[in-house]
Write a protein that binds this ligand. Structure first.
Ligand code: NAP
Length: 271
């Protein structure tokens, strides 16, 4: 079966599955996992300044033997780093750590600083100033695609009123226990590619009996049927693992198909 990819509005093609790196520690742990992931076939590595592991990711890509252009890297502007100048500064710091002169995909990590009790609307002016800086970096070809993360329709509405460039990606939490329908519908309407983070619900899917049943009937693992569910809905999942066999298992989802009944049963909804 053909492995479909995601073509962004500007023509950049993203692979169908990316490798998540949150909680992989800087140094040997993240380097080993990323080398394993590249060897298994992943060509999109997802990090963030917040994860504290950009150095190891840059090193692993450098040592992979692949051309830089053949491995795409996403990193993110810290949730606390908002404003035009602050965004330029944070972006340069990420470039330096990643040991590269461009980033494939740069995202505003969150509309709201971590821990702030807010719907985020009072931060939109600062987010828009960050977006202006990202648009400039994009025009200077230091970033190949720009987007956001954790943005809901209200944040997207406010950003779209001011933006020259509509975000190309929104990275949001999606898994069988959490399907944010309104944000998904909004992104589809505006042609914003949806990346699903915590696609395995941080490991919580493995205790769901109905997923175990579907997986065993299919002769696949629970991780594989859930990642296939993401893929068949047009989401780009970013599974994380530090375990070599799981890293391989999570990208091996292109030779089977879930039917409409199985899709509906996985999340008990069909979008
Ligand atoms: N934009 C954002 O705000 C945001 C927020 C959260 C996450 N993310 C991104 O999304 C990525 C993935 O999300 P996540 O790390 O929260 O969680 P996840 O990918 O949903 O789940 C990771 C957990 O599942 C386990 N696991 C992975 N594959 C498995 C398999 N085949 N069988 C059994 N267990 C398996 C992992 O264990 P081992 O590692 O021990 O194998 C780990 O405990 C992150 O790494 C990050 O890149 C972004």
């Amino acid at each position: 079966m053909r492995e479909e990819k995601h073509k962004l509005r500007n023509g950049l093609v993203l692979p169908a599955v990316g490798f998540g790196t949150w909680l992989l520690s800087e140094g040997k742990e993240v380097e080993g996992a990323v080398i394993e992931a590249i060897d298994a076939g992943y060509r999109l590595i997802d990090t963030a300044s917040f994860y504290g592991n950009e150095k190891g990711i840059g090193k692993a890509i450098g040592e992979s033997g692949l051309d830089r252009k053949d491995v795409l890297v996403t990193t993110k502007l810290g949730a606390e780093s908002k404003g035009y100048e602050e965004t330029l500064r944070a972006f340069e710091a990420s470039l330096k750590k990643l040991d590269t002169n461009y980033v494939d995909l740069y995202l505003i990590h969150s509309p709201v600083p971590w821990g702030a009790r807010s719907d985020g609307m009072e931060y939109m002016e600062a987010n828009i100033a960050s977006w202006r800086a990202m648009e400039d970096l994009y025009r200077e070809r230091k970033i190949r695609a720009i987007g956001v993360s954790n943005f809901e329709p209200s944040h997207l509405d406010a950003l779209l009123k001011e933006a020259d460039i509509v975000p190309m990606v929104n990275q949001i939490e999606i898994h069988p226990f959490h399907v944010p329908k309104e944000t998904i519908a909004y992104c589809r309407k505006k042609d914003i590619v949806i990346q699903s983070y915590s696609p395995l619900a941080e490991g919580r899917i493995f205790s769901a009996a109905h997923l175990e049943e579907i997986a065993s009937a299919k002769g696949r693992t629970v991780a594989q049927i859930v990642l296939r569910w993401h893929y068949q809905q047009g989401f780009l999942p970013l599974p994380k693992s530090k375990t070599p066999e799981r890293i391989r298992e999570n990208i091996d989802i292109f030779d089977f198909e879930l039917d409409a009944r199985e899709m509906a049963r996985i999340a008990k909804t069909n979008l």
